[in-house]
Design a protein around this ligand. Sequence first.
Ligand SMILES: C[S@@+](CC[C@H](N)C(=O)[O-])C[C@H]1O[C@@H](n2cnc3c(N)ncnc32)[C@H](O)[C@@H]1O
Length: 285
Amino acid sequence: MKMVAPPLKLSAQECRFLAERAFAFAGVQIDPRNQDFFQLRVSRRLRMLGMDNFDDYMSLLESDGTGNETRCLTEALTTHTTSFFRECHQYEWLQKEGLQRLSASGAGFERPLVVWSAACSTGAELWSAAMILEDAARARGGLRKYQLIGTDISRPVLKKAAGATYKEIEIDGLGDAHRCRYLMRSTTATDLEKRPYYRIVPELRQHAEFKWANLSNLSGFQDCAADVVFLRNVLIYFSEEVQQRALNGVIDRMRQGGILMTGHAEVVSPRPYLRMIRPSIYEKV
Ligand SMILES: C[S@@+](CC[C@H](N)C(=O)[O-])C[C@H]1O[C@@H](n2cnc3c(N)ncnc32)[C@H](O)[C@@H]1O
């Protein structure tokens, strides 16, 4: 039987050091008192590097001129939980009301309607929106053009989002109609229990691009004019200052009349150029 090494023990000071590194890189606040969390996540990273003590890892971080290991550390410490049709009332609103409202400005007809998932994780958020848009495109007189952009600070999740391939358990939130229309069953790949993987169909994939970007300092942000932005379940991890910077940077990249979706636990302080349509759905005015 293969023995799994116990997680390394980290001191309070070491956890503080790691938390400061992640904050400086990504703006995420992780409570350094949560020692078990740090031990678990950092031990996993050390195993990947083939290291067996934390002192060597500290030295690696301290001599990390390229910032590459700080990036990997942050990837190991951030949370990537996501699912298809999470907070589904937002997608329902988009389908029933939002798309029609946006089409008044020509979005989807004279020009592509642009949807941006600004902390996209493994892609479920953007692909869910894609299904709503493609449903509309297939309806008579519906949407003609759309573009999907996913950004995140973590490269492994971006790779998975672009690959658009999921296990059965990851597509839990999908109804039968969307499964039939927009997923293809992999003929070769299976999980450990021999259940097949599912891939988003090419008709949706052809509209999407996934890129690295950092919301905390707005690096990697492209000049886009988004019609719909999903900025969900990421602001909660930021300090107040980083939240405001990220929000302002995102809103700057939205069209007037564009729609911002946030997580239900995220508070957006009032702004003269943002009108709440309903909880967690805002319009840029
Ligand atoms: C909990 S997931 C949310 C995923 C999705 N938005 C949703 O609500 O289902 C948070 C995501 O934010 C990303 N993230 C954390 N800090 C970030 C930053 N500074 N810039 C961009 N993405 C960041 C993480 O890598 C992670 O994929």
